[in-house]
Design a protein around this ligand. Structure first.
Ligand SMILES: [Mg+2]
Length: 321
């Protein structure tokens, strides 16, 4: 059982890995005072907006409680960084609220290491946090800076719809992560990467930020998330699925199941964005890992077409476990 003294130690655990005070995050981090006082003191970048978002990951809802703590930390921070990417914001700072059943060094050491490694990779600085005793849950709040925000409400009828990289990997990874079957070594690696090390599309957001009219990160499945763009922009969409980018991990399923997984599976953290026709040549010249999947239209709703015929997915959007 962890007493309050032990939770003081946890705080020390993070303070030792993440520098406090003005040296935290380097000269441009804007951190006047980091971990250790009542509040962090921060200087926002001059002339920019701040973008902020919070996400909670609960054990046995968003990840298996028995998962490797290094990987849990990686996932917790990466899914939050993806929301910054979905807004075309540059990572600045994050806070951590950690609820733990007990103060356990064997769990905390790899967790703190996973958090520090991921933070370093994406140039984001831990500026404060809180620990409490209870069922395992991790809340991360991220803040970034933003010039030209990638909002959901900017699409126009006729805009082309794009997605980044491939979709369906995380949904196809889920039964492997839950150890429901014995995968091949390659499948195990792909599932591990998709579920615990999703790549927040920060660089891609920077590249498309100037020509995209609307966009977001795909966390609940493309159909569910595109519906958010449609709703916010007061529009509908036609999707043409003949060259849809399906992740390799999903391709061992039947063609229909693979397509459905790619369209409705959650947790991919790729970007979906819309681009006015006048920017298409410019966008194609950038040679980005993106695929055109349809057009926005006036009539509400989303219709899918495969081989020129209407195609209907059977499932909805998101599977908790
Ligand atoms: Mg999001």
């Amino acid at each position: 059982m962890a007493g309050p003294g032990e939770f003081e130690l946890i705080r020390e655990y993070f303070s030792s890995r993440f520098q406090t005070g003005a040296q935290a995050g380097g000269v441009d981090s804007g951190v006047v005072l980091g971990i250790g006082d009542d509040c962090a003191l921060l200087t926002p970048p001059r002339g920019k907006m701040l973008a902020t978002s919070v996400d909670t990951l609960v054990a046995d809802v968003h990840f298996p409680a028995s998962a490797d703590p290094y990987r849990i930390a990686s996932r917790a921070l990466r899914v939050n960084l993806s929301d910054l990417a979905g807004m075309n914001a540059e990572p600045l700072w994050f806070t951590l609220a950690l609820t733990l059943p007990e103060s356990n060094a064997a769990w905390l050491e790899p967790f703190a290491r996973g958090l520090a490694d991921t933070a370093r990779l994406y140039g984001i600085t831990l500026i404060g946090g809180d620990t409490t005793k209870g069922p395992l849950s991790i809340t991360v709040q991220v803040t970034g800076s933003c010039d030209r925000a990638l909002r959901r409400d900017g699409a126009s009828a006729g805009d082309h719809i794009f997605v980044s990289n491939q979709l369906g990997a995380a949904a196809a990874a889920l039964p492997i992560v839950l150890e429901e079957y014995e995968p091949s070594e390659v499948q195990q690696q792909q599932a591990d990467a998709a579920f615990y090390f999703p790549e927040p599309q920060l660089e891609l957001a920077r590249s498309i930020g100037a020509c995209a009219s609307a966009g977001l990160d795909i966390s609940d499945g493309l159909l569910a998330d595109l519906a958010h763009i449609c709703e916010a922009s007061g529009l509908g969409a036609d999707l043409k699925l003949d060259t849809f980018p399906i992740a390799e991990l999903a391709q061992s399923m039947s063609a229909d199941a693979a397509l459905e997984t790619a369209l409705t599976g959650g947790d991919d953290y790729q970007l979906c964005f819309t681009v006015p026709a006048k920017y298409l040549d410019h966008l194609q010249g950038l040679q980005l890992p993106i695929t055109a999947v349809g057009r926005m239209r006036e009539a509400r709703g989303i219709d899918c077409f495969l081989g020129g015929k209407p195609w209907q997915p059977r499932g909805t959007g998101y599977r908790h476990f």
